[in-house]
Write a protein that binds this ligand. Structure first.
Ligand SMILES: Nc1ncnc2c1ncn2[C@@H]1O[C@H](COP(=O)(O)OP(=O)(O)OP(=O)(O)O)[C@@H](O)[C@H]1O
Ligand SMILES: [Mg+2]
Length: 319
């Protein structure tokens, strides 16, 4: 936990502006951190996670811009995976194998499949948390490695499995989506995210301090703050990695409603665990063991009675 505590101290001292610059870094931290936090319940696991800390400290800070990388300005929102393979570690087997996928501007696609199949890995390539090992990821026909990584991430809004909030006010956390926004715009974003009412019920409203050192928000509340941040940012591309952990029913309803609105008029990629939330997606892609095994609409895939159909049946039985 050394790394995490250290990071807390660091960002306590940062101004909002610096914090925004820090978000790219947090993105990069996100995966190792999540694994670290998830694996610290028992002593043996803690020891295992200590290894992770040191591994992480040795890791490169972030992906570097290529020489001559351009600033990404206008985005139509077409995302193309061209024969993409990816391994987290060159010495290990690839976790994604020959992925070919063309997402049209404004399209909503859902990635589904068994745990460990590679769904989160696919979306992490779009924001260049990692670069592909083979093949290319294109945005509007251009290899994303040709762009400055900061300018690329500016165009992508993300709501992830665990949303890390800063030890700052709720308002500062939302403002990170667009630091120059007015109070009115922050409130509007929070309303659209179905977060305004619960924020107003906090002791100090929007000024309430949250995160590690402040009021502890529920998973669903944190997620709604993260959604408000993305509403404020208003990016042309949206990436949602749905929470696996069961949210309370009320939160789930509010979140779903907000996300459906958020997904309108932008290219959206949703990693879905609960299939009931994505039956309306333009296309559903079933991923298994690093490969695309099925692709189609809900109706098409149900008719096919293959992987998606089976997954759907299992979830119907569970609920
Ligand atoms: N940071 C990482 N370093 C090394 N291996 C990783 C890392 N993240 C994921 N993996 C491995 O890559 C494979 C694909 O994982 P990924 O997280 O993409 O699956 P997923 O489909 O999102 O699963 P889930 O439904 O559980 O979220 C798994 O074998 C996983 O162990
Ligand atoms: Mg995942």
């Amino acid at each position: 936990m050394i790394g995490f505590a250290g990071y807390q101290v660091i960002h306590e001292q940062l101004s909002l502006g610096t914090m925004v610059a820090f978000v790219g870094f947090i993105d990069r931290l996100y995966n190792p951190l999540r694994r670290l936090v998830n694996s610290s319940t028992t002593m043996t696991q803690t020891l295992a996670s200590m290894d992770r800390v040191f591994e992480f400290v040795d890791e490169k800070y972030d992906i570097d811009d290529e020489p001559g990388a351009k600033e990404l300005k206008h985005v139509d929102g077409r995302i193309t995976f061209q024969d993409v393979s990816f391994a987290y570690d060159e010495k290990e087997a690839p976790v994604l194998k020959h992925i070919n996928l063309d997402v049209k501007p404004g399209e909503t696609i859902a990635l589904v499949g068994m745990s460990g199949g590679g769904k989160s890995s696919i979306v992490s390539l779009i924001s260049r948390f990692y670069d592909v090992t083979e093949g290319r990821v294109l945005l509007d026909g251009m290899d994303i490695r040709k762009y400055q990584v900061r300018s690329l991430r500016d165009k992508i809004g993300m709501v992830l499995q665990d949303n890390i909030l800063f030890s700052e006010s709720v308002k500062a956390n939302i403002l990170m989506g667009r630091p120059d926004a007015s109070d009115e715009e922050v409130f509007e974003a929070a309303k659209a995210a179905n977060a305004h009412d619960f924020i107003m019920s906090l002791k100090e409203g929007y000024e309430t301090k949250v995160g590690e050192r402040g009021v502890k928000l529920s998973g669903g509340q944190k997620q709604r703050v993260a959604i408000a941040r993305v509403f404020l940012k208003n990016p042309p591309i949206l990436v949602l990695d749905e929470a696996t952990s069961a949210l309370d029913l009320e939160s789930e309803h509010y979140i779903q409603e907000a996300l459906d609105i958020l997904a309108k008029n932008r290219t959206t990629i949703i990693v879905a665990h609960r299939l009931s939330t994505i039956t309306h997606a333009d296309r559903i892609i079933h991923i298994d063991n690093g490969e695309i095994t099925e692709m189609g609409t809900h109706e098409e895939l149900m008719k096919k009675q293959g992987h998606y159909y089976n997954l759907f049946q299992v979830q119907q039985l569970d609920s």
